[in-house]
Design a protein around this ligand. Sequence first.
Ligand code: ATP
Ligand code: MG
Length: 392
Amino acid sequence: MEAVMIRYGEIFLKSEPVKRRFISIMTGNISLALEAEGLLHRIETPRGRVLIFGNEPRRIAAIAAKTFGVVDVSVCTVTTADINGIAAAAVEHAEQHLRPGMSFAIRARRSGVEEFNSQELAAAVGSAVLDRIPEATVDLTAPDYEVFVEAREFGGLVYDEKTGGPGGLPYGTQGEVMALLSEGIDSPVASWLMMRRGCLMVHVHMQSGRFGGVDAERNVLQNHARLSRWVPGHPLDLLMVDMEPFFEVITALKEPRYRCILCKRFMLRVASILAAERGAYALVNGDNLGQVASQTLANMVVIAPAASVPVLRPLIGFDKEEVVERARAIGTFEAHPGSIGCTVAPRYPSTAAPAATIAQIEEELDVESLATQAAGTVRRHRAKNGEVEEVR
Ligand code: ATP
Ligand code: MG
């Protein structure tokens, strides 16, 4: 019989009750993901292990390996908890991958089994493998091939492959946050990082209307849909706000240099209203120190106070190349975004706007009322398993 074994990282360090709660959220998420693919399965959590049984262990493993909180997964042979049963399964694995001349190691663990210790288990399994493949050699330091064997109360587990997962914490173990999602590359990665850290997510996007590129909406919906694939079975909402009236107002100002600061502050203001309405704890954005004029330290200091909830910036210390790499890995990178440029951004944006000047402009424009109005224009799109639909 085969089973998929799930390994988790930091959850292991939690106290017993917290660990139990996190594991049950994680296995619930894995179940939702498997159900979304129509895969029948059964999850068991014998002490210290999460095992999934089902007819298609390889597909189950591939899906489980995309679940937040999972460090790695292995397709295991499940045996009886005695040396002979474990050794026979290990020999079967070795016969498929261990060629004459190659070196190997048996990595053994034991828990709740008293008849032998892990060294004895490793030695016995190792000699069974050597009996079958005498031209192989043992190398415990840098082997060409490893077989992992575990003897546990409930049985033996034997495997020789590990598929890495995303790590992090199970989705939903932390509170809700609201990520400012754009049509670009950075913000989807920022959202993903916070989801991976266990935050329930809701997206908000500010539409620039005639001031933005014609492909902006398509791209943001695509980002939203792609991110929803990371939390199968969970609905993921995107709130779309109409920012065109605000752009009408700031493009009429004589001084264009501060537009980006005003725009970013406005986005934080509107998002804070929407976050408060839902009880979301914090905002998330894709700010990256020094990347563009609105992300200089001096400007970030002027922009940040427009938010009335904390703003999390998971990409703050990334290099652009690292963000792009991550975007590719998580499937949000779009090589052909089409026309997404902002036409409001001035040619020479201020890199250090004076806070007092900004405050004065905002007062004259009555930005607070504009923000309240904008927050009233929300249209909602709900994504699930990569499909998006507008909801009322
Ligand atoms: P991105 O690739 O995420 O758009 P960027 O490098 O283009 O980032 P900016 O356009 O200055 O940087 O935006 C900084 C952050 O502000 C974005 O990462 C995103 O979180 C948020 N943001 C920008 N534009 C929008 C928008 N139209 N709606 C919602 N949030 C936005
Ligand atoms: Mg952008």
